[in-house]
Design a protein around this ligand. Structure first.
Ligand SMILES: [Mg+2]
Length: 246
């Protein structure tokens, strides 16, 4: 039977993770290795300057006192009985579209798995407080079954975003998403300024074939991402244009 590791960035108690694990358990053996606490926007950070503790909750559920990347490294190398056939990260409450992927702990867990040579995808639902995760969980199970049967190209992961009521699936490229008003300046009781980073209004600029546009139109967006970020177009002309640099 296929072995799937489930992780997330919201913590091992998160309802999205439980829904995902339950859905994938219908088609594979599942082991959960997830952060002890909410690590949203942890990106790809690694805990290197203190020890990392693991708690075994029984029934194939482990929590890690660290980041999503720590979970993938420890899960796939130490905690699972063998290297998994697939790592699935989510289900994150809130979309991970366009530039979000650079901050997302959910997506970074899948990036780490792909870096280790393991098939992986990340799933997010486009609702910050979803009442139920059954639609994205069913879609994740279908994608997992497809990958377990047919594999994935090496060095590639899927970033999946599911609207609340999806009307179909679109295969997309990563769009752009900036946040306006994402810095809030406040004064402490002594009048000294301090800041909150986060929130703000997303401003999308990705074109009609982007992840942002697909979700806006009500479709599940599946974006294949590469761990190799080389700009091949730039590389092709760089030697000619910058050949006199040395
Ligand atoms: Mg999160």
């Amino acid at each position: 039977m296929a072995l799937v590791m489930i992780t997330n960035d919201d913590g091992f108690r998160a309802p999205g993770l439980r829904a995902l694990a339950a859905a994938v358990r219908e088609i594979a053996r599942v082991v959960v290795v997830a952060p002890e606490r909410d690590s949203s926007a942890a990106s790809h950070s690694l805990t290197m300057r203190r020890p990392v503790r693991v708690r075994d909750h029984g029934g194939g559920v482990f929590s890690v006192d660290g980041t999503p990347t720590d979970c993938v490294i420890l899960g796939t190398n130490r905690l699972l009985p063998r290297r998994p056939d697939l790592v699935v990260s989510g289900i994150n409450p809130g979309p991970n579209l366009g530039d979000d992927v650079n901050y997302s702990g959910t997506v970074s867990a899948a990036v780490e798995a792909a870096t280790l040579g393991i098939a992986a995808f990340a799933v997010s639902v486009c609702d910050y407080e979803p009442e139920d995760y059954s639609r994205p969980a069913a879609i994740a199970r279908r994608i997992a079954a497809r990958i377990l049967a047919g594999g994935m190209p090496p060095g590639v992961l899927f970033n999946v975003n599911c609207p609340v009521s999806p009307r179909g699936v679109r295969f997309t490229r990563q769009g752009r998403r900036a946040y306006e008003g994402a810095i809030t300046e406040l004064a402490d009781p002594w009048g000294r300024p301090h800041y909150w980073i986060g929130g703000g209004t997303p401003v999308d600029d990705g074109g009609p074939d982007a992840d942002t546009a697909a979700v806006e139109a009500g479709y599940v967006s599946i974006t294949p991402l590469r761990i190799d970020r080389t700009s091949h177009e730039t590389l092709a002309t760089l030697a000619a244009e910058w050949g006199d640099l040395w």
